[in-house]
Design a protein around this ligand. Structure first.
Ligand code: NAD
Ligand code: DAU
Length: 351
């Protein structure tokens, strides 16, 4: 085995694509996926790779310091790719505590364990923290987030991610632990939990339910296909420099309402509905409190230094995503039949 790598949150949306990529592409690496399996973690996401010899799963809550220390003592990790997090902004508004525990305490537990394990020799070690563009706050109509944009998080979620970014930099600066960070824009694609805009809308259109658009639908997000994020993570893990930050984005800004209309037309096509039929489901609902207006990433550093660029155009990526959700009905139904229906009622009734 050339490297032993810990991937946290590997049963989640992005984590499962990163685990799959690393397990398949690097058969000489041992990949350890550590995940608590919260409502967002689903081992079904990895059913195509979980029998491979170079893959191990550990059910671990990163908030539990002793479990994290034990994990590092069990495996002699060379690298960490840290994705485990509470990730949904709306949930951080109704219940911020879990975001503080997992995103901040969990990250410091991992950093402390890595430091204990690596302190005598940092050579060949790397702690790679996966973060979000939301730490930069909200843009007006102009401009882009760059690696030097000041932090200005606005939601409990983004504030917890910003704290974790600061802790990673502090451990790098104070203790010399080799570490780097990437901040990415909105991901979409297969396996995303249907609380997030795109899979939620796909599911509602399929079932002829209202599509809840917050406020006037004018907010703008920069969408990136999840496999492009996984390829950027692969590139940065292998070629990025300790102490650096890399922005990852799709260069693909969409107003929410325009994105929903595009999705409706793709769904009309796939479901053999007359043109314009699914758009009738669009329903404007009460806005998200403190709703950030616009995110847009300048990823030229990553593109110029390493030649990374996103692959599918948006209509193609969205089409692939729709087809995945329409095909993987058992995956979707098993989520919808669980606690998620209670969450949906709580979040959307009376909105
Ligand atoms: P997700 O919610 O789909 O998955 C999170 C995973 O973390 C789940 O498998 C969950 O079980 C696990 N987890 C949660 N709490 C844990 C704990 N205490 N201990 C161990 N495991 C725990 O999230 P995602 O959308 O895949 O995001 C992954 C990472 O990427 C997050 O750090 C997020 O902030 C970041 N990110 C996400 C996006 C996006 O658009 N989804 C964009 C940029 C950055
Ligand atoms: O920018 C990166 C971030 O993108 C990640 O760090 C987060 O983990 C991820 O969840 C995502 O955050 P957003 O809040 O942008 O994603 P979400 O899918 O929740 O919402 C996208 C946009 O759609 C946002 O402007 C809110 C709006 N929205 C969302 C939902 C769930 C609606 O209009 N209706 C909805 O029902």
């Amino acid at each position: 085995m050339k490297k032993v790598i810990l991937i946290t949150g590997g049963a989640g949306f992005i984590g499962s694509h990163v685990v799959r990529r690393f397990v398949n592409k690097y058969p000489d690496y041992l990949i350890v996926n550590a995940d608590k399996l919260t409502y967002a973690g689903n081992l079904e996401n990895l059913s195509d790779v979980d029998k491979k010899d170079n893959y191990f799963f550990e059910k671990i809550d990163i908030v539990d310091k002793q479990s994290v220390l034990n994990l590092f003592r069990k495996y002699n990790f060379d690298g960490v790719i840290h994705l485990a997090a509470e990730s949904h902004v709306d949930r951080s508004i109704t219940g911020p505590d879990e975001f503080v525990y997992t995103n901040i305490v969990g990250t410091v537990n991992l950093l402390s364990a890595a430091l204990e394990s690596w302190k005598n020799n940092f050579e060949g070690k790397l702690f790679y923290h996966i973060s979000t563009d939301e730490v930069f706050g909200s843009l007006g109509k102009e401009g882009f987030f760059t690696e030097t944009t000041s932090y200005d998080p606005k939601s409990p979620y983004s504030a917890s991610k910003a704290s974790s970014d600061h802790l990673v930099r502090a451990f790098n600066h104070t203790f010399g632990i080799p570490a780097l960070i990437s901040n990415c824009s909105n991901n979409y694609g297969p396996n995303q939990f249907p609380e997030k805009l795109i899979p939620l809308a796909i599911n509602n259109i399929k079932n002829n339910k209202p599509i809840p658009v917050y406020g006037k639908g004018e907010n703008i997000r920069d969408w990136l296909y999840v496999e492009d994020h996984a390829s950027a993570i692969d590139t940065i893990f292998h070629r990025g420099k300790s102490g650096e930050t890399y922005n990852i984005g799709g260069n693909n800004e969409w107003k929410n309402i325009d994105l929903i209309k595009l999705l409706c037309s793709i769904m009309d096509n796939r479901l053999n509905r007359p043109d314009g039929e699914s758009e009738k489901l669009i329903t404007y609902v009460k806005d998200r409190p403190g709703h950030d207006l616009r995110y847009a990433i300048d990823s030229s550093k990553l593109q110029n230094e390493f030649g990374w660029s996103p692959i599918p155009d948006f209509a193609e990526g969205l089409g692939k995503t729709v087809d995945w959700y329409l095909t993987n009905t058992i995956w979707l139904e098993s989520i919808l039949s669980g606690d998620y229906s209670k969450y949906y009622d709580l979040m959307y009734s009376g909105r």
